[in-house]
Design a protein around this ligand. Structure first.
Ligand SMILES: Cc1cc2nc3c(=O)[nH]c(=O)nc-3n(C[C@H](O)[C@H](O)[C@H](O)COP(=O)(O)OP(=O)(O)OC[C@H]3O[C@@H](n4cnc5c(N)ncnc54)[C@H](O)[C@@H]3O)c2cc1C
Ligand SMILES: *[C@@H]1O[C@H](CO)[C@@H](O)[C@H](O)[C@H]1NC(C)=O
Ligand SMILES: *[C@@H]1O[C@H](CO)[C@@H](O)[C@H](O)[C@H]1NC(C)=O
Ligand SMILES: *[C@@H]1O[C@H](CO)[C@@H](O)[C@H](O)[C@H]1NC(C)=O
Ligand SMILES: *[C@@H]1O[C@H](CO)[C@@H](O)[C@H](O)[C@H]1NC(C)=O
Ligand SMILES: *[C@@H]1O[C@H](CO)[C@@H](O)[C@H](O)[C@H]1NC(C)=O
Ligand SMILES: *[C@@H]1O[C@H](CO)[C@@H](O)[C@H](O)[C@H]1NC(C)=O
Ligand SMILES: *[C@@H]1O[C@H](CO)[C@@H](O)[C@H](O)[C@H]1NC(C)=O
Length: 529
């Protein structure tokens, strides 16, 4: 027993465990599962140690950022892939007993790999088997298990109805567990708000391994897991969601303009009118440095991608009133069902059938990436935009994405959920760099570019706090290596993600997980006793 005891003390001492003890950890974990009523026959199929030949495949299956798929990336001591709820409960209890850190993974889309990477000895609790989606059509609700992917949800909704939808993200392979608990959003944001504005119940496993529903967990914890991140509070098993109405036909467009085609004028009009748009309209703008000629001269191009919950006759007059310089015409528009629009947002061509939404393999492949975020309250003037374009050309690779807010978002109070970026926000900025080259030098350069552009944007975005979107995980804005963070450490990133809601999250954390078992690099810290 002695070596095991020592091993499990290592995280407390802040040291890394030697890899040779993987089999000891495995055996002891397997025994613990059986003591917790998991049939012995079920254990080998749900538990992977690094010595298992399938370990890498199971680990990599939901790695969605190749920055965290290197030999230097710390690997878990165990991956647990439970097939039912009792096995998830036992995994929580046994991870605690083993003194290991728990990392829960649903879809693996965390931009910093926080669901499957840790500096400490850790267990990945991988929920991909928990993907049931169960509808109750009379009440227009559904229970969605955490390991279901958004594309699976959209497809399943479309099989029930062509006039119901769910307001969530545009990438079909994002997992429900991370996305909803982090306050997801998508093209329905201006009409219907966030994912968390449509959650009516939940099922969570607490630090004692107990399964709780909304009644059992109480309104505080239920509030916290609607945008405060699931990983600080427990393991989310499922959310019950309200579906929202959409028309049978929606209209989408994707148009590009270069800097010389009045891009900055169009962006001025975009920013100045967002608050006046019909709630049925959502526009995302990509701003990217592009190569314009054979001598590799760079310029900037903007791409406006829009969705209107209505037909072209309703959309065109709005666009010509608010963004006349864009000159949108009927030829730019495509009509389709809402579920087809989710294929459109995911870059599938218009001949693709909705079945493609059930694919668990990302349509755009998996590469290296970095994301950051900002919020804008005052339009950036034309000269500011031109200087931004110059900066983006100078940097060369990093792009920006503007996601329009307003509409329903402005009507929901900041403390209704942990997600605080509501009234007064014109749009959110995502900083985006993607690459496929494996050289460390390029990785350094691109990460550096994102930081430089973020610094450049300081005068144009929110301050005190400089706000950031929790689901656009960004470790640069503050973090701790082992999640054993003090209130002051947690506050550094906590107020950027949650503003004044941070303190309420800390109180709830202190009540439900005082020993900080559920911790990550950016989790909510409990207050000391
Ligand atoms: C290609 C791509 C497109 C995206 N598009 C959008 C978008 O349109 N809108 C948007 O809002 N966001 C978007 N995101 C961000 C996305 O919402 C977040 O990364 C989200 O957290 C991913 O959820 P996941 O389950 O896939 O991630 P995971 O990596 O599995 O988890 C993310 C975090 O949540 C925790 N977690 C996961 N499951 C559970 C659970 N069951 N219980 C407790 N904690 C859990 C993890 O431990 C981790 O801390 C996108 C991300 C990518 C990579
Ligand atoms: C967490 O940090 C506190 C204070 O720094 C320390 O006393 C405690 O031992 C740490 N716990 C772990 C598990 O690292
Ligand atoms: C991750 O790295 C391993 C080992 O180099 C490789 O086999 C695997 O294909 C990589 N995963 C992805 C998604 O590229
Ligand atoms: C999913 O649903 C099926 C059919 O109702 C059921 O047999 C199975 O146990 C469910 N799985 C989980 C993990 O809840
Ligand atoms: C590229 O830019 C340079 C400097 O602005 C200019 O002199 C040159 O003509 C451009 N090349 C092309 C092919 O337009
Ligand atoms: C685009 O900009 C040019 C040059 O400033 C101007 O002449 C033209 O009228 C603008 N076009 C529109 C549609 O605003
Ligand atoms: C589908 O895309 C093709 C090629 O881009 C285009 O020609 C066609 O008009 C589109 N069909 C519809 C219905 O929009
Ligand atoms: C990477 O950077 C190092 C040091 O900064 C340099 O010595 C090396 O030549 C670079 N490698 C490449 C492939 O550019």
């Amino acid at each position: 027993m002695l070596p095991i005891v020592l091993l499990f003390m290592l995280p407390i001492l802040g040291l890394a465990a030697p890899a040779a003890d993987d089999s000891i950890i495995y055996e002891s974990f397997a025994k613990c599962l059986q003591r917790n009523r998991i049939p012995a026959a079920q254990v080998p199929a749900m538990l992977y140690s690094p010595t298992n030949p399938a370990f890498s495949d199971v680990l990599n299956a939901y790695v969605r950022n190749l920055r965290f798929n290197t030999t230097a990336t710390k690997k878990p001591s165990i991956i647990a892939t439970p097939v039912d709820i009792p096995a998830v409960q036992a995994t929580v209890v046994c991870t605690k007993e083993a003194g290991l850190q728990l990392k829960t993974r649903s879809g693996g889309h965390d931009y910093e790999g926080i669901s499957y990477v840790s500096a400490n000895p850790f267990v990945i609790l991988d929920l991909f088997h928990l993907r049931n989606i169960t509808f109750d059509m009379p009440t227009q609700t559904a229970w969605v298990q955490a390991g279901a992917l958004l594309g699976e949800l959209y497809y399943a909704i479309s099989k029930q109805s062509n006039v119901l939808a769910f307001p969530a993200g545009v990438c079909p392979t994002v997992g429900a567990g991370g996305h909803i608990s982090g306050g997801g959003y998508g093209p329905l944001i201006r009409k219907h708000g966030l994912t968390v504005d449509h959650v009516v119940d939940a099922q969570i496993i607490d630090v004692n391994g107990k399964v709780l529903d909304r009644k059992g967990m109480g309104e505080d914890l239920f509030w916290a897991i609607r945008g405060g991140g699931g990983a600080s509070f427990g393991v989310i098993l499922a959310y019950k969601i309200n579906l929202v109405p959409v028309p049978p036909v929606v209209t989408v467009f994707n148009v590009q303009r270069t800097r010389t085609q009045n891009a900055s004028d169009i962006l001025v009009q975009y920013q100045n009118t967002i608050e006046k748009w019909d709630d049925n309209l959502f526009i995302r703008v990509l701003i990217q440095p592009v190569t314009v000629d054979k001598s590799s001269n760079k310029s900037v191009r903007i791409t406006l991608i829009g969705e209107f919950l209505g037909n072209p006759d309703g959309l065109l007059p709005l666009m010509n009133t608010h963004l006349p310089t864009l000159g949108l015409t009927k030829a730019d528009l495509q009509e389709m069902s809402w579920v087809e629009s989710m294929l459109f947002w995911a870059n599938y061509d218009n001949a693709t059938s909705p079945e493609a939404l059930n694919s668990r393999v990302p349509h755009d492949g998996v590469g290296f990436l970095k994301r950051k975020s900002d919020y804008v309250q005052k339009p950036i003037p034309k000269e500011g935009l031109e200087s931004l374009f110059d900066k983006m050309i100078e940097l060369g690779k990093v792009g920006l994405v503007f996601n329009s807010y307003g509409g329903k978002m402005s009507q929901i109070p900041e403390d209704a959920t942990p997600f605080p970026h509501r009234a007064g926000i014109l749009y959110k900025i995502q900083y985006s760099v993607n690459w496929h080259d494996t050289s460390d030098n390029l990785t350094k350069e691109y990460l550096g570019e994102a930081v430089k552009l973020h610094e450049f944007m300081t005068p144009f975005v929110t301050s005190n706090p400089r706000q950031a979107f929790f689901n656009y995980r960004d470790i640069d804005i503050g973090s701790t290596t082992n999640g054993n963070n003090t209130y002051e450490e947690g506050k550094v990133y906590g107020v950027k993600y949650f503003k004044n809601n941070f303190d309420r999250l800390v109180k709830i954390k202190t009540a439900v997980d005082p020993t900080n078992f559920f911790r990550t690099e950016q989790s909510i810290p409990p207050l000391p006793k």
